[in-house]
Design a binder for this molecule. Structure first.
Ligand code: NAP
Length: 276
């Protein structure tokens, strides 16, 4: 009989680290986790400290409204920097003493959308560094910390998870942002690799592929996507919201997929569906 870790039942004090949670989808994930309860939150940001504070205080308020007190602290760190990635894990270790959920959400769009006949190596390197290398090696650090805490036993089903936010761009060719698509396609393989490696530890690894979500990232192309939605881009004819993505992360975090790993969850209004 497999013996699981003792912390599996200690649902009230679990800890989640969410990268890029000052704004947009990351904030939506933090708020949904706060609403559901059971997790203290480490809110990572890069430049917008004020927005990160707002996320943290909104999380505490939402948690209180829902009847649970939670800690939500902010932590600066660039996921593209090895030293900062270590700093994020050190912060969680020192301030919370455990890690149950890593959400790799932080990511950027190319500064300029350029045709792949014209796009630069600088943009490619930046996108790969932040959107692919960052989450891959942060997962390595987080996984080592989780394994250390498990003390040689597998996690109780559904209690320790890594969730990575990729995109429909992992499989959809957009020739004006090839760097973004390639980084997200690589990140899809990251999920498969970590799922295969961490299964023996009982750690679930999931990928969420959002479609078009209303955030600062998509603000510059709002009119273009409004027109596409009007022209039947998706079966559900609306923009996605950060809360839509947050609810999917929360389902994983609450242990609702105890016998799944390496799974891709579409949060895309049905974009993937082929229709005739
Ligand atoms: P956003 O509104 O631009 O927010 C980006 C967040 O990431 C901010 O919190 C930002 O922090 C943080 N960040 C950026 N670079 C960082 C770095 N190097 N290290 C740490 N944090 C960093 O973007 P979003 O739309 O919420 O996107 C979040 C994720 O979802 C990204 O991975 C994106 O590729 C993915 N996604 C988005 C869409 C969409 O339609 N919006 C669709 C599919 C997938 P500061 O506030 O401090 O700058």
């Amino acid at each position: 009989m497999v013996q699981h870790d003792a912390q599996g039942s200690d649902a009230a004090g679990r800890v989640a680290l969410i990268t890029g949670a000052s704004r947009g989808i990351g904030r939506g994930i933090a708020l949904e986790l706060a609403r559901a309860g059971g997790y203290h939150l480490a809110i990572n940001y890069l430049a917008n400290e004020g927005a990160a504070y707002e996320t943290a205080s909104a999380c505490r308020a939402v948690g209180r409204e829902a009847g649970h007190e939670l800690r939500a602290e902010i932590v600066r760190g660039d996921v593209a920097s090895a030293a900062d990635r270590q700093g994020l894990i050190d912060f969680v270790r020192e301030r919370y003493g455990r890690l149950d959920l890593l959400v790799n959400n932080a990511g950027v769009a190319p500064s300029v959308r350029a045709d792949i006949l014209e796009a630069t190596e600088e943009s490619f390197d930046r996108l790969v560094q932040i959107n692919l290398k960052g989450p891959y090696f942060l997962t390595q650090l987080a996984a080592r910390y989780m394994i250390e805490q498990l003390g040689g036993r597998p996690a109780a089903p559904g209690t320790r998870n890594v969730v990575t936010i990729t995109s429909i761009s992992a499989y959809t060719a957009s020739v004006n942002r090839g760097d973004y698509c390639i980084a997200k396609a690589g990140l899809a393989m990251h999920t498969k690799l970590w799922a295969a490696r961490l299964a023996e530890c009982g750690i679930g690894v999931f990928e969420i592929q959002p479609g078009v979500i209303e955030t600062d990232m998509t603000a510059a192309v709002r009119a273009r996507y409004d027109a596409l939605f009007a022209a039947d881009l998706t079966p559900f004819p609306r923009w996605g919201t950060p809360a839509d993505v947050g609810k999917a992360v929360t389902a994983v975090a609450r242990g609702h997929f105890p016998y799944s790993t390496g799974m891709v969850i579409d949060v895309d209004g049905g974009f993937r569906l082929r229709r005739l």
